[in-house]
Design a protein around this ligand. Structure first.
Ligand SMILES: [Zn+2]
Length: 682
């Protein structure tokens, strides 16, 4: 088979925090397994990623810490890049959208469209926060929907009733940055005419699906967007942080992050080419119609990779010059949850990659995540399952086959591959199975059924153990040494095949296993044939997968339970309580008069609140969302008759009501000044 030319990208992670296990399961691990597998087939493949470093959340974090946004992006870029390396992500290049090479690429696209008259310039009224001195992007304004009364409507769109309206119609708008009432100011923006590209986009999606079989979730999502009708979208913003719009009349504006971030894949490939000393190399991937471009993402990114990015590339290609390749497939994954709930930074729910890899080796994590990828529906990471996958599968199935075979060969055959003598039915069956495995796993990986592929590989190790048991080498070593040698020879062929098939999944262990076999991987298509010849000397085996003790896992679960106890118990949607039950909860208006951080706690603030004339101490888990000075003076709602509890050694005599917003930040419920503190809320 001829070599394929493949370009693989993983979604550029946003550098406003540390990547967690959910991210790995979405856009990264499946891509890495796919790429490593393709490399073993000796295909011409490059794997591209990098940090997405613009956008409002970064400036908000920077403001909060009173540092330049550069400090934030440098910090998280370094952390994430290192975490990816430790996890074994084998990117060929990991770039940054703050690099000049990316700014140039984004400006080049913008100017091309501007000069060709594709972009539409329109005046609009946009909310402006006087206190923050900035125009507010949609998701930083909240108000009451003029159509349905939903109190969490965005500036020009209500997710509850699906209405679109003019920002001037929004009732009681509030800036989510300062809490102030924003004013409407006129500004002008450039729009990309997405609607114009709907017909070719529909054709593209259906054609790609027909040829390459897109995933159902991705298709349904695209069709939903088409059904609603694509509209023009603003591609500029009034902000400081970002890529300056390269047009004189647009001073003070930057290119909106959704337009430029996807172009980061191209810039990252350009950077890779420069590093390689072949500045035009990137064109051989991006502008060759033979390239197979696969974009790995999580489901929250589908629209950007199946509609927006292809539309941008189509618009470029229309001019008839260089022709960019569009994604051939976008195998988006659903979400991975953590112990039954969404990952949440503000609630401290979940674990990030850096913390995880301080405790455990990357391979057991890679295997556990791979065996449970959210390919069709959301899945969960459970600590107990992680332990079980390591102990019962990696150690007891794969590790066991390796150890018992190796021990036997070193003890009775001088550490050399025994000769394969006359084979019997049981041996032939095992050999046939081994030889069929690489193509079996191939057909799953080629169709992005990574999880199934991984579970299949473990089945080969399972069958290998059964074959070892059924052959009983511990008996035949005394009665028929040739027969014993034959069985061990076949077990070693199975182990070799496992080392190669598992290489994309658990590369660190696979490399150790190859070292033990004193061998190297072959081309995937050669694997499963007789890869180890008679008399080949083996090295000593080491324990590849130490068992994970209960104690360590229980510690993690315990930590989780302490987090969990601060969270509301889940209520069944159809469960009703009586008015009397509700009235048992004494909710009162309280004013925060003092606030400070709790020593050694990232989440807790110690508050002193005034309820009428009474003062109480409350320990609130809001330190990741509020600075102490931000909460002082606020009138909040407190559960005033809660049994006192101790948190981090501090007594808490009540609980403050808060809700999590879309960015995972906690928003404390506040009460207007006209209500006196001490008043009961009912
Ligand atoms: Zn509405």
């Amino acid at each position: 088979m001829s070599k394929e030319k493949i370009l693989v990208t993983s979604a550029l992670p946003y550098v406003n925090g540390v990547i967690h296990l959910g991210h790995l399961s979405g856009a990264y691990l499946p891509a890495d397994i796919y790429v490593r597998y393709k490399r073993l087939k000796d295909d011409d493949i490059i794997f591209i990623c990098g940090s997405d470093e613009h956008g409002v959340p970064i400036t908000i974090t920077a403001d909060k810490e009173d540092v330049n946004p550069q400090v934030i992006i440098d910090r998280y870029h370094e952390i994430n890049k290192k975490a990816f390396e430790q996890f074994g992500m084998s990117f060929d290049n990991y770039s940054r959208t703050s690099f000049p090479i990316h700014h140039e690429t984004a400006k080049e696209f913008f100017l091309e469209f501007y000069n060709r008259g594709i972009l539409i310039e329109k005046k609009t009224n946009q909310f402006y926060d006087e206190k923050a001195k900035m125009f507010l992007p949609d998701r930083y304004v909240e108000g009451t929907c003029p159509r349905c009364g939903n109190e969490q409507a965005r500036s020009d769109e209500c997710e509850n009733c699906g209405s679109l309206y003019d920002p001037s119609e929004l009732i009681n708008p509030k800036s989510k940055i300062t809490g102030e009432t924003p004013s409407l100011r006129e500004t002008s923006h450039f729009y990309f005419p997405l609607g114009k590209y709907q017909p070719p986009l529909e054709k593209y999606v259906e054609e790609m699906n027909k040829k390459y079989g897109w995933k159902d979730n991705v298709l349904q999502y695209c069709r939903g967007w088409f059904k609603e009708g694509l509209k023009e979208r603003a591609i500029t913003r009034d902000l400081d942080w970002g890529i300056k719009v390269p047009v004189d009349s647009a001073a003070g504006k930057v290119i909106y992050v959704w337009f430029e971030a996807v172009l980061g894949y191209i810039s990252s490939t350009k950077e890779y080419s420069q590093k390689k000393g072949e500045p035009d190399l990137w064109k051989k991937y991006w502008q060759d119609p033979k390239t197979k471009y696969i974009a790995f993402i999580g489901k929250d990114n589908i629209v950007f990779h199946t509609i927006i990015f292809p539309a941008i590339l189509m618009a470029w290609n229309e001019a008839g010059k260089e022709q960019y390749c569009l994604p051939q497939n976008v195998p988006a994954n659903e979400f991975l949850n953590f112990e039954g709930k969404k990952f949440s930074k503000s609630r401290d729910w979940g674990i990030d990659v850096v913390d995880f890899l301080k405790l455990f080796q990357p391979d057991p994590l890679r295997y556990t995540l791979a065996a449970n990828l959210p390919e069709i529906r959301d899945t969960d990471f459970y600590w107990k399952e992680f332990q079980a996958r390591n102990n019962n599968e990696l150690a007891d199935i794969l590790g066991n086959l390796i150890n018992r075979t190796s021990t036997f060969v070193h003890k009775h055959f001088d550490g050399k591959v025994p000769a394969r003598g006359k084979t019997e039915k049981i041996d032939d069956k095992m050999l046939k199975l081994i030889s069929e495995y690489p193509s079996k796993v191939s057909s799953l990986f080629e169709n992005y059924r990574i999880k199934e592929g991984v579970l299949e590989i473990m089945n080969l190790a399972r069958t290998g153990n059964k074959y070892f048991n059924d052959s009983g080498p511990w008996k035949t070593v005394k009665s028929d040494k040739e027969k014993c040698g034959t069985a061990l020879n076949i077990c070693l062929q199975a182990i070799y095949t496992l080392a190669e098939l598992f290489y994309p999944v658990i590369p660190f262990s696979s490399e150790k296993l190859f070292a033990m076999l004193n061998a190297k991987p072959v081309n995937w298509s050669e694997c499963g044939k007789n890869n180890l010849s008679e008399g080949h000397k083996l090295n000593q085996a080491e324990i590849l997968f130490p068992k994970i003790e209960d104690e360590i896992i229980e510690k993690q679960i315990e930590k989780l339970q302490s987090t969990n106890s601060e969270q509301p118990a889940s209520i069944k949607a159809d469960e009703k309580i009586s008015y009397e039950d509700f009235m048992k909860t004494l909710l009162k208006v309280a004013e925060v008069i003092e606030a400070e951080r709790v020593n050694k706690s990232e989440k807790l603030l110690k508050l002193k609140v005034k309820i009428g004339t009474e003062e109480k101490q409350v320990i609130a888990g809001i330190a990741k969302s509020y600075l102490p000075e931000e909460i002082i003076g606020k009138k909040v709602v407190i559960v005033a008759n809660l049994k006192p509890a101790k948190l981090m050694g501090q007594v808490s005599e009540g609980m403050i009501l808060a809700a999590e917003n879309k960015e995972g930040k906690l928003e404390v419920l506040t009460i207007p000044d006209s209500v006196e503190n001490g008043t009961r809320v009912k």
